[in-house]
Design a protein around this ligand. Sequence first.
Ligand code: SF4
Length: 346
Amino acid sequence: MSTPLLEVEDLTTTFSTAKGALTAVDGIDFAVAEGETVCIVGESGSGKTVATESVTRIVKEPPGRVEGSVRFKGRDLLEMSEPELREIRGYEIAHIFQNPQEAMNHCYTVGWQIVEALQIHRDVADETARAKAIDLMDRVGIANASSRFDDYPHEFSGGQKQRVMIAMALVGDPDLLIADEPTTALDVTVQAQILRLLEDLQAEFDMGILFVTHDLGVVAEIADRIVVMYAGNVMERGDVLDIFERPAHPYTQRLLNCLPEIGGRKGGIPGTLPDPLDPPDGCRFAPRCEHAVDACVTGDQPAEIEVNPGQRASCVHYRPGRDDSVVRDGIPDADADGEGVSSADD
Ligand code: SF4
């Protein structure tokens, strides 16, 4: 990996609820380099969105509480004041979200909204801002940008609205773009166009991209590296090709087994995510894991172990002295159900 742009260590996000403390992100680490795309992948509820929203502290505090270290270009965002953070958000680090419909104000023209985003961060004259907005609309592929400047959001298709959101994200020439399921609401053809656009813009702006998705098909298209999250913890990480070719963690294997090209399991992974208010001891995936043994259900989430160069997994079977072939040999049978803890070992 080249120079780290973002270095996250021991990131922990908890929420105070009427039922007690809910740990949504449980001490995770990851990094994004300049020009690199890192995908955080996992089922809905795995903590990936909270993790990325914790990076720029757009998580509401309270009831949320974000702890750990988030160094962006060497400065810890968790140590910054709110005014300092506002200088970074939307400028050096930009977010795009899943649903542009909700993110746009339908009472104002699209061009006005891009200009507003630009003028929040920079003292730019109206005419200059208008020219920059039209240029950005053009660069994200909106045809006839100057004539579309005065159109309202309802006059744009879903794909065009997402292009507008990307244009708004680019107003500050960000070094890091955080994209949270930006293509989930789009049809497959438009999704592919938006992914290509992000890749082109990344090459042009040399941005790091932190991309959140539950869709491994999207990951295969765009990722350089993958961080697999489950129940607020990292289960596995590594280069995209390594993880697709030899997934090491049973959860990753199950996720990949849901891909039509590989296993085509209908209905996803048997079982459900654990209650974040009362997570199980040991490996959070144990109740759904067909390889679970007694060692999996005590203590904390197993420490990550290097299973191949640059690839790490949080699974007891990779501990020194154990026979890891039970999990290393890959993707389970598409018809096999998770069986929870076996009494056959440890
Ligand atoms: S074998 Fe144990 S540690 Fe490994 S994924 Fe399954 S439950 Fe977790």
